[in-house]
Design a protein around this ligand. Structure first.
Ligand code: NAG
Length: 521
């Protein structure tokens, strides 16, 4: 707790000894605006990456019955005998969860692909993966049967995993420091728009029928084609060009395009400074993240941020909401619309968050979001416990759920995705993103698989575990997470370096588990 004021201090007051105060000053003074080319690049990135992730996460939720019927039919056609209830349940769970397995693989690979091939080329190659996966899923209805659908979902998972790694990285690197948060939040905005579109198109009245579901799954190809047309016109990130390629001229060209001005020398100098420093450092891999204490701490914070997003129970509420709405006396149809309502709330509030984020800061919004979710989880739990005695208590649940989405969208929905990229300098950034995104997908998988069990065991107390976890995450964020708003990467990494390392030295844990101080090479 003693270091709390330090973490909150504005960087302008020169407490960070190792930083050239002038460069920090300049960074804070030159506030930049969104240019048309920056907005275009953001659009080209999110339409094919973030949006696709949201869409494919939500697309099978509404037409579950329809897809189960399809699995049943193709299974019977192939084997000649009727499918067992348990086999059907198993095949359905595989169809849903193999997406998360693919996501873990893609998310882990993303960091390396980004560093090896560049952010832009990774996204371009990823479009092809999306198209192949989409076509497989569509054709499964006409040719292969459920196996092809499952294979398509697996490929789609890899595709979306890569997207969750590369998109936040690209967005935070092309934006100027003072707009990095908004740019990163647009990632989440596109995700929730994708979920909403999937839910709307998945309604029985639109594409969620036995005949039309291949078109529902197939609409994923439209944004891919749009991205394929737009992205080649967008630049690679200046950071990648300079740091990975050492190409100052190319980085300058990218910056001039993104900022729509030739006055980019200051920004370029900051990136080059980082590059010069990097040249003298050793290349860092995943193992170093755990060994070097100035990296271990931000890694732990990143992992906790990712866990706080998934283990807050958001997906449990997503799955549970329709049945709660039904119990509150809404017809099945109206319960579906109420669930749509939660997605609309999510979209609107994510937009509000995008506007607020660079003014209020990541730490503040994340804390308010987690705190709000904590209170709402209490409200939902009370509603669940009371609704057997008093029917009106169901409305407490409905209100609780709506507010829960408001709180989620304010911070925990968007911040963890780009916060990781903000905590690390170029060299450890890719491995850190790899670990964090992997953890996120794994936690997602865990909640998706574990919640039905929790629900069966704890019944109306099903949200109590999330209540406890939210309390833990709130406390951890309050104590440990630094504010990154309007800070250059130099200033942020200094927070972790200054605390326990001498300048030019790192603290390593040797194989006996003790810390030792080693001179940087
Ligand atoms: C599979 O479909 C058949 C025919 O429509 C139906 O009678 C059977 O109950 C279904 N099996 C399961 C496990 O739903």
């Amino acid at each position: 707790m003693a270091d709390e004021p330090l973490l909150r201090d504005r960087p302008g007051n020169h407490r960070f000894g190792s930083i050239d105060p002038d460069s920090a000053h300049v960074q804070n003074m030159t506030r930049k605006n969104f240019t048309k080319s920056l907005l275009f690049s953001i659009f080209a990135c999110v339409i094919g990456s973030s949006y696709q992730f949201g869409f494919n996460t939500g697309v099978l939720n509404a037409p579950q019955k329809v897809i189960e019927k399809f699995i049943n039919e193709t299974y019977t056609n192939q084997t000649g005998h009727e499918i067992q209830e348990s086999t059907l349940t198993l095949l359905w769970s595989i169809t849903v969860s193999i997406y998360c397995i693919g996501g873990m693989i893609g998310g882990f690979a993303a960091g390396y692909l980004c560093n090896g091939f560049g952010r832009k080329r990774t996204m371009l190659a990823n479009i092809l993966l999306n198209i192949v996966a989409g076509v497989m899923a569509v054709l499964s209805k006409y040719f292969g049967g459920y196996e092809l659908l499952i294979a398509g979902r697996f490929m789609m998972g890899i595709n979306c995993g890569i997207s969750t790694g590369v998109a936040p990285l690209y967005l935070s690197e092309i934006a100027p420091t003072n707009l990095r948060g908004t740019s990163g939040t647009i990632n989440q905005f596109a995700i929730v728009v994708g979920i909403l579109v999937a839910q709307v198109l998945g309604l029985k009245q639109i594409l969620g029928t036995s005949d039309l579901w291949p078109y529902l799954v197939g609409t994923t190809l439209i944004p891919s084609v749009i991205q394929l047309l737009c992205l080649p016109c967008c630049p690679e990130t200046p950071q990648y060009l300079m740091v990975a390629k050492g190409d100052r001229a190319a980085a300058e060209k990218a910056l001039i395009y993104l900022r729509q001005t030739h006055n980019v020398q200051e920004e370029l100098d900051v990136i080059e400074e980082e590059y010069e420093k990097l040249k003298s450092e050793t290349k860092l891999g995943i193992r170093d993240l755990f060994r070097v204490s100035s990296l271990r701490q931000p890694l732990l914070i990143s992992v906790m941020m990712m866990l706080s997003q998934q283990l807050s129970g958001i997906n449990a509420v997503v799955y549970y909401s329709t049945s709660i709405f039904e119990r509150a006396g809404l017809s099945i149809e109206n319960a579906q619309y109420a669930t749509l309502g939660t997605s609309v709330v999510n979209v609107v509030m994510t937009f509000v968050s995008a506007v607020l984020i660079d003014h209020l800061g990541r730490r503040t919004l994340h804390l308010h979001g987690l705190g709000g979710m904590l209170i709402c989880t209490c409200i939902i739990s009370v509603g669940l416990l009371w609704q057997n005695q008093w029917p009106w208590a169901s409305y407490i649940c409905i209100a609780g759920i709506m507010l829960y989405f408001v709180a989620f969208a304010i911070g925990p929905g968007s911040i963890p995705w780009f916060y990781v990229a903000e905590l690390f300098s170029q060299s450890p950034r890719a491995p850190a993103v790899a670990v964090a995104v992997l953890v996120n997908w794994f936690a997602n998988f865990l909640v998706g698989f574990g919640f039905p069990v929790i629900q069966k065991t704890l019944e109306n107390y099903a949200f109590v575990p999330f209540l406890i976890l939210l309390g833990l995450f709130w406390t951890y964020t309050y104590i440990k997470a630094p504010e990154t708003k309007n800070r250059s990467i130099e200033e942020i990494t200094a927070i972790f370096r200054d605390k326990d390392d001498l300048p030019g030295y790192s603290r390593l844990t040797n194989n006996k588990g003790n810390d030792e101080i080693v001179k940087n090479v």
